[in-house]
Write a protein that binds this ligand. Structure first.
Ligand code: FAD
Length: 470
């Protein structure tokens, strides 16, 4: 790295915040340990002005930049490539809550704010920021918006895009776009906010966001239910929707193997139900105070109706908040249990809910026929039509060998089936580096052409997270 560039970066953010040489693994290795890059330097800005100055400094010297938040992304989009030519922009020092406007149900935070801190700040104003995912203790709001994260509450509140009112962005030219409007209506031309949300750091750096808040639910009930097939899970979803309406805030599914992996790697977690082909986690929220007894009655009556209709074979209703948390903990432990088990072939897919049973039946059969012994670890947000359809190496086979040998063929089977069922190859994790070369097979050529035109117009020197998405 040239001493001149190093000196300029140090002059902008301070010498302590330009890391060069030494052990940078924390920033260079992704959460799944699939992508290990090498950074020219790690730069840690503390303000929007510093981000803009760093971007200008790098642009003048044609040095590419990779923005990074909590480094919990699952598609290798937030770590540098192996060339050693990319500057990593670590956003963690930008973690201020700039303000909460309770009357407007909105708050403005800096991009490096950890999601859990955003939720806690909203709660301190007796309000709810509903974005919730298992990585919330480490991921940042900037990363959530850059990947348009989903999580467990999308069914009721929408994904990150629907929870964002405005953005502040540093463009690839180093200008600051102040789009932090706290408006729910603003039809003044192209929606730049929507362009940046989900752009995975390829169009600029998100430095702050104005977020949509909601009233906190007055009461919540959570249950697990056992289903014999995916088709029964969809029956239960329809029943729960018709009974709870907008009160249905969570509907997650987990197959036998997902929970078996949790039992293997986290044996202390309670398992309230015996293993069944599918276990569903249902959450019902009510907004009216004093609704607890009525909620419980409605939940019991849903489960009774589901038994009678043959949709479920067993159920356990949480008796307390602590028990409800344990049920959620089971669900949220699946990705961690999978990571403990070893690398797997991940598919984060979206399908129309009505197509999911036939997708699962057809694809399970094909995978097991073509890759005997492969372990299907399927779970996800059925209420949003989003499955994490993961294929783990057969018991006793080294995960890395299985991936090297079979990943492409497994992906082909799964993604062809997704396309045949009208789905998408990325529901909430994004494209990053992992799916970049797969995207052109499944995205219409016209759409890809428009995306390339946008990238070329906004980042003509291809300096923002190059080689990701496109
Ligand atoms: P990073 O990993 O640091 O970066 C992700 C991408 O965003 C990269 O392309 C990066 O360049 C870009 N980026 C980061 N910050 C900025 C910025 N300020 N400006 C511009 N670009 C930026 N995702 C879901 O949607 N739903 C889930 O339920 C879910 N569960 C998860 C569970 C676990 C255990 C883990 C590890 C991950 C999970 N994820 C889930 C993945 C999810 O995408 C990330 O956790 C999160 O949204 C990324 O935030 P981050 O701050 O870690 O971003």
């Amino acid at each position: 790295m040239s001493a001149e560039l190093l000196g300029s970066l140090r002059a902008i953010v301070g010498a302590d915040h330009v890391l060069h040489g030494g052990d940078l693994a924390r920033w260079e290795l992704d959460w799944r340990k699939r992508f290990r890059g090498r950074a020219l330097a790690v730069v840690r800005p503390a303000s929007t002005e510093q981000v803009a100055a760093v971007v200008r400094c790098c642009a003048e010297r044609r040095v590419p930049l990779v923005p990074q938040g909590g480094n919990t992304g699952l598609v290798g989009g937030g770590v540098p490539d192996a060339s050693g030519t990319q500057v990593l922009l670590a956003m963690g020092r930008m973690h201020r809550v700039r303000g909460i406007d309770a009357a407007n149900l909105s708050m403005t935070v800096e991009a490096g704010c950890v999601l859990q801190a955003v939720q806690e700040a909203a709660a301190s104003a007796c309000l709810l920021f509903p974005l919730s995912l298992a990585a919330e203790g480490s991921c940042t709001i900037g990363g959530n918006l850059a990947t348009n994260a989903g999580g467990t509450q999308v069914l009721r509140y929408g994904n990150a895009r629907e929870l964002c009112l405005g953005l502040e962005v540093v463009t690839p030219a180093g200008e600051v776009w102040d789009g932090l409007a706290a408006l729910r209506k603003d039809n003044t031309g192209y929606d730049l906010r929507d362009l940046y949300i989900g752009s995975e750091g390829t169009l600029g750096v998100i430095t702050a966001a104005t977020l949509k808040l909601h009233p906190r639910p007055a009461a919540q009930w959570t249950a697990l239910a056992a289903c014999d097939s995916m088709s029964r899970c969809v029956d239960l979803l329809q029943l729960a929707r018709s009974r709870f309406g907008a009160g249905l805030t969570g509907f997650e599914v987990m197959n036998t193997l997902s929970l078996a992996l949790v039992a293997r790697h986290f044996p202390a977690l309670p398992r309230p139900l015996a293993p069944s082909p599918w276990t569903v986690l249902i959450e019902f929220s009510a907004s009216d105070a004093g609704a607890e007894a009525a909620c419980r009655e409605r939940f019991e009556s849903l489960l009774q109706a589901a038994f009678e209709a043959g949709a479920i074979t067993d159920a356990a209703l949480a008796e307390s908040l602590a028990q409800a948390k344990q049920l959620w903990h089971l669900r949220e432990s699946i990705p961690l249990a999978q990571a403990e088990e070893g690398l797997n072939i991940k598919h984060d897919i979206a399908l129309p809910v009505s197509a999911i049973p036939s997708f699962v039946d057809a694809t399970d059969a094909q995978i097991l026929r073509r890759f005997p012994g492969a372990r299907l670890v399927d779970f996800g947000h059925l209420g949003d039509g989003n499955l994490h359809y993961n294929v783990q190496a057969p018991e006793g086979v080294a995960a890395a060998d299985f991936l090297e040998r079979e990943e492409k063929a497994v992906n082909r089977v799964v993604y062809d089936a997704v396309a045949a069922h009208g789905g998408s190859i990325s529901a909430e994790h994004g494209i990053g580096a992992l799916k970049r070369d797969t995207l052109p097979h499944y995205k219409p050529a016209v759409a890809l052409g428009l995306m390339r035109a946008i990238k070329a117009a906004l980042d003509p020197l291809d300096l923002m997270n190059p080689g990701r998405v496109l």
